[in-house]
Ligand binder design. Structure first.
Ligand code: UFG
Length: 343
């Protein structure tokens, strides 16, 4: 890794990217954001500035555009490492628009690797997902579990991207893939959080919007799963914990001397929480009434998945700091904040 402190953050105006930019500043790095703002807007860039009191270096453009990317490398580099968040991430939308997902998620990664090669930048942290496992045979799932058929085109893009990295790393890349479980919550300052486009697909934004009265009620997708209360089980992790793991991953690569390497880590808490448990906890923590009903299963949902985080805990010297209660409280505080901004 070069001695430069500059880190290119693709998708840095998005939910996880923006939280990571804050942690990069706090650790003495100089993040440079690249984002096409197609699934985000400048709100989070302003939030980063308010939290860090730093000028945010920002390039607006598409990561699939090789010429644009090359110009960013030339004008804002040299980069010590690239954090590649830029991707489409809606499972439901990927079923409706599979080709857009393949073009964007795979095209941006291949373009980025080519431009990294042209500029002699070797270190990359890739945003992968627990969806690569499909429904694992055993939970908690560890990194050596085989990939099952992905339930959605979105999941398939993450599987293909990991395959590309596995094939390409030996040509001179040093790569860490972080398989996120379910990132939730918001920055404790309430200056950053998730801004869903349209009606949220994900559970926690739907919960907070229902609690705020924007949605009439929450539907729990399926109450007849083979789990202790019949609802699906996930590993919900605070977004700031996800962000700090990226800083640890940069440090990890710095300490490794290999010319090329590829490592994969689960990024989860290790605690499986059911949808119903999460709802009850939200009500308890916030004291807000949450109307909900139990409905049909959502096609493509996995019954039960949570991480074995032993590898990431040991190798990256990282562990979670925030509880589920913290995550839900921060998500609720953020929801109230964006309502005020919009009203
Ligand atoms: N759920 C509900 N009601 C809702 C929304 C969700 O009951 O209104 C349930 C789902 O059925 C699921 C659980 O809440 O059992 C979590 O669902 P999310 O949509 O929040 O998240 P997923 O577990 O489906 O995760 C998927 C992908 C991740 C990806 C994430 C965010 O698996 O890789 O969506 O896009 F990161």
């Amino acid at each position: 890794m070069s001695l430069s402190k500059k880190i290119l953050v693709t998708g840095g105006a998005g939910y996880i990217g923006a939280h990571t930019v804050v942690e990069l500043f706090a650790s003495g790095y100089e993040p440079v954001i690249l984002d096409d703002l197609s699934r985000s807007d400048r709100t989070l860039l302003n939030g980063i500035q308010e939290i860090t009191h730093r000028d945010v270096s920002f390039f607006e453009g598409d990561c699939c555009d090789k010429q644009f990317l090359s110009e960013v490398f030339k004008s804002a580099g040299p980069f010590a490492c690239i954090l590649h968040f830029a991707a489409y991430k809606s499972v439901g939308e990927s079923v409706e628009k599979p080709l857009e997902y393949y073009r964007n998620n795979i095209g941006s990664l291949v373009t980025l690797l080519e431009v990294m090669q042209d500029n002699n930048v070797r270190d990359l942290i890739f945003s992968s997902s627990c969806t690569v496992y499909g429904q694992p045979d055993h939970v908690p799932v560890n990194e050596s579990a085989p990939f099952k058929r992905a339930e959605s085109p979105y999941g398939a893009t993450k599987q293909v991207c990991e395959r590309i990295l596995e094939d390409a790393y030996s040509t001179g890349f040093r790569i860490v893939s972080l398989r996120y479980f379910n990132p939730i919550g918001a920055h404790p300052s309430t200056l950053l959080g998730e801004i869903p486009i349209g009606a949220p697909n994900n559970l926690v934004p739907y919960i907070t919007q229902t609690a705020a009265g924007i949605r009439e009620k929450l539907t729990v997708f399926g109450g007849d799963y083979d789990t202790h209360d019949g609802t699906c089980i996930r590993d919900f992790i605070h977004v700031v914990d996800v962000a700090t793991a990226h800083v640890k991953a940069i440090e990890y690569l710095k300490q490794r001397s290999e010319e090329s390497l590829y490592e994969v880590f689960n990024l989860g808490t290790g605690i499986g929480v059911s949808v119903m448990q999460l709802i009850k906890k939200f009500i308890r923590v916030t004291g807000i009434n949450l109307p909900y009903t139990v409905g049909a299963r959502r096609p493509g949902d996995i019954e039960k998945v949570f991480a074995d985080p032993a590898k990431v805990n040991k190798a990256l010297h990282w562990k979670v700091k925030y509880s589920i209660a913290d995550s839900l409280l921060h998500a609720w505080q953020w929801e109230k904040k964006i309502r005020d901004l919009k009203n």
